[in-house]
Design a protein around this ligand. Structure first.
Ligand code: F6R
Length: 359
């Protein structure tokens, strides 16, 4: 039931602070230590490489997860699009472990990979929102997202839940293999900060409505740019915008713009820069200046500690590895209000189904 909300998507965006708190309750004890099945941890410890396999928004959550597993657990991690991996399996390491990210647990492309993985007798984990879903039943292990039903076709709270759970699992694995980075990472405190930060963002809906009306409502195209984790979020926020508002939106690695894409910049093309990583902040800012000099309308989504005069949207600061949990929210809301102001059916965009059960 969507209660007083006009669309499920807005309700689900608003639920994200509580989803963060719920995951903390379910998977972290009072001391902030992860509570993860020991057999699963042993299987992860035995792996020399993790392979995250997913589609769409879940793939984008995987891109963030890879960074968490590499930085907290020191285990090499690859992320693959299911439909590609299924028929073009790359050379694997000696002891691979597969992680399937899937809100629905029913995505046919991801299932095809899992069937291949099972045939090769490799261990696997499905991270899903739906208990007893097909991918949950067919993988060796399952972890549930506890995000509550996601009804809107455009995924929001499942994305942030997947990232939060990846952070908890990466800490658990990192501690199990004696990584000090994992020990020092207070995921419980960080998720509490994230929840409060998300709440502050969703409490400012009018701001996002205004930006959507001014800069996105009448444009045929728009770009999100960033580097590293900010690039990963650029891909997700661009997908949100294109799928529900039908604006041709793309996410780009900001350093790649000058290698071709900058040719698309015209007067008033919206370019949204995501800046949450200290080591690349200055570079992304200079890429934004390059497009501004060619007439682009630039919008910035920046963490507090990196903010400058004139930034559009300022995010509360959290651990740099978790900024995706906050930087995605403005993108979700900008997509929502662009779609709403166009009078579209936000929850049921054309040509799309909630769960994609054909390859
Ligand atoms: C985008 C979206 C899709 C799904 C994709 C995978 O908003 O919802 O891109 O993320 O179809 O679905 P799951 O996670 O159910 O495997």
């Amino acid at each position: 039931d969507k209660g007083t909300y006009p669309f499920y998507m807005l309700k689900e965006i608003d639920e994200q602070p509580n989803v963060m708190r719920k995951l903390s309750q379910v998977y972290l004890n009072d001391n902030g230590q992860p509570v993860i099945n020991q057999d699963l941890l042993d299987a992860l410890k035995a792996a020399d490489r993790l392979y995250i396999v997913a589609a769409g928004t879940s793939y984008h959550a995987g891109l963030v997860g890879a960074k968490l597993f590499e930085s907290l657990a020191n285990v090499p991690t690859e992320v693959h699009v299911s439909s590609e991996f299924a028929y073009n399996q790359p050379l694997l390491s000696a002891h691979p472990f597969f992680i399937f990210l899937t809100q629905s647990g029913e995505t046919a492309d991801s299932r095809e990979v899992l069937l291949n993985v099972n045939e090769q007798k490799f261990p696997s984990l499905t991270i899903t929102n739906v208990p007893n879903s097909t991918l949950s039943r067919e993988a060796t292990y399952t972890l549930l997202l506890h995000a509550g039903p996601e009804i809107a076709v455009a995924s929001t709270k499942a994305y942030t839940a997947q990232i939060a759970l990846e952070a908890i699992l990466a800490k658990a694995l990192g501690e199990a293999v004696g990584q000090s980075a994992a020990r020092d990472f207070d995921v419980k405190q960080q998720l509490a900060l994230v929840a409060n930060g998300m709440q502050a963002l969703v409490d400012e809906k009018d701001d996002f409505d205004a930006i959507a009306k001014a800069d996105l409502l009448h444009t045929p195209n728009a770009f999100y740019i960033g580097r590293g984790l900010d690039y990963a979020v650029s891909l997700e926020t661009a997908l949100k915008l294109k799928e529900i508002s039908y604006v041709q939106a793309e996410g780009f690695a900001s350093g790649e713009l000058k290698h071709g894409t900058i040719a698309l910049i015209e007067k008033d093309t919206p370019v949204i820069g995501i800046i949450t990583q200290a080591n690349t902040a200055a570079l992304t800012r200079s890429n934004l200046q390059e497009v501004a000099a060619r007439g682009a309308k630039t919008i910035t989504i920046v963490t507090n500690n990196l903010a400058q005069d004139g930034d559009t949207i300022v995010l509360p600061a959290v651990d740099e590895r978790l900024t995706a949990l906050l930087s995605v929210v403005p993108g979700q809301l900008l997509a929502y209000y662009t779609s709403l102001n166009k009078g579209l059916d936000v929850d049921k965009p054309r040509n799309l189904a909630k769960s994609v059960t054909v390859e």
